[in-house]
Write a protein that binds this ligand. Sequence first.
Ligand SMILES: C[S@@+](CC[C@H](N)C(=O)[O-])C[C@H]1O[C@@H](n2cnc3c(N)ncnc32)[C@H](O)[C@@H]1O
Length: 191
Amino acid sequence: MNWENRYIMNDIPWNQGEAAPELVEILKEGIIKNQIIVPGCGFGHDCAKIAQNQSCQVLGLDLSTTAIRQAVNRYGSLNNLKFVEGDIFRVSSEFEMQFDWLVEHTCFCALNPVDRKSYLDFATFILKPKAKLFGIFFKDVEGHSGPPYPISKKDFEDLFSKNFNLLSIWDAKKSFKGRENNEFCALLERS
Ligand SMILES: C[S@@+](CC[C@H](N)C(=O)[O-])C[C@H]1O[C@@H](n2cnc3c(N)ncnc32)[C@H](O)[C@@H]1O
């Protein structure tokens, strides 16, 4: 998938124009704070919602120059939010153990399943010990093979249990239209 081309062509059906509903719910609990990273942030709607609601510093990271430019245009005025263009598989040593939270929404599912172990390595590398990961994952996708690529809860647990403790896993109660009953959420702690 050439993500930059998709943004240039404005062929971006994943962009919902606002933060993921289940993220909005968990933000109400006030637990997501301090240094936060959102990989594959796109236009930055999730990042902005976190930055507006919490006492935190948020970093949105995305491969696409166009997505990052748009994110900065939309939300660059928030002084606790920064956007950086970059590849999660090539982060520099500056990122090592810098973050208290990773918030995942539609980056993991955008990756080819062969890259899932590399995503796990990325998450492990950038998070501090005992830091948390909150994510929304596709358990089912109707009509096509991907992306987005779904993952079963069992495969998810097998993958992440290598470097994370699973604190909680639940079916998403709120989803964007068209994604109802297709998502699960997980809260994990880096070991
Ligand atoms: C399906 S889109 C979701 C974007 C955003 N999270 C949203 O919900 O609107 C996947 C995003 O991941 C980004 N992406 C894909 N592979 C990446 C990588 N290796 N490193 C950083 N970003 C990546 C793409 O550029 C794209 O913006």
